[in-house]
Design a protein around this ligand. Structure first.
Ligand SMILES: [Zn+2]
Length: 170
């Protein structure tokens, strides 16, 4: 399987945002899935299970764990849309442990899809880099928004109280 650059992956996500005319958060990932012909099936699963892309008789389905919070469901759906856009020609990654990197690629795609750089930068300027507020606006988990803003250089290391706690530890 090809290994994609993060730049390429982000462009592929951005391309969907543009194609479907999405201009403001929250990005409707369910609608994107639907418009790509992907049916979303919610099923109760163990808590370690987030989602999965399934191919059956030339149709693709996204299975998502019903027990997740809505922000986590949205990220899981976006992750599976990433697999669909990047990896559907070779689904062997679902069986082979050596292909773990494809999930990282799907995560990069999902982060860009749920939290497009341009929109995050705009909202961040408006809300004084408050990741909690942005997490609400984009309907994503706070830890995911923190990580995304950190990646975009929007998290201040020293200073305000709100960023003194690493949400990934909470
Ligand atoms: Zn995956």
């Amino acid at each position: 399987m090809p290994i994609y650059t993060h730049k390429y992956i982000r462009e592929r996500a951005q391309e969907l945002i543009d194609r479907f005319g999405i201009t403001r958060p929250p990005v409707d990932v369910r609608e994107i899935a639907e418009r790509l012909g992907l049916e979303i099936v919610e099923m109760t699963q163990d808590t370690w299970f987030f989602g999965m892309l399934l191919s059956f008789h030339d149709e693709f389905y996204i299975v998502v764990n019903k027990l997740l919070s809505e922000p986590r469901k949205r990220f899981a759906i976006a992750h599976e849309i990433g697999h669909f856009q990047l990896h559907r020609a070779d689904m062997s990654y679902t069986r082979e442990k050596t292909k773990e990197y494809v999930h990282r690629e799907a995560d990069v795609f999902a982060a860009e899809l749920c939290m497009p750089a341009k929109m995050v930068k705009r909202q961040s300027a408006e809300w004084y880099n408050d990741y909690r507020m942005l997490a609400k606006i984009f309907e994503v988990a706070e830890a995911a928004m923190y990580e995304r803003m950190n990646e975009l250089g929007l998290v201040r290391r020293i200073g305000f109280g709100w960023n003194s706690v690493d949400p990934r530890r909470v």
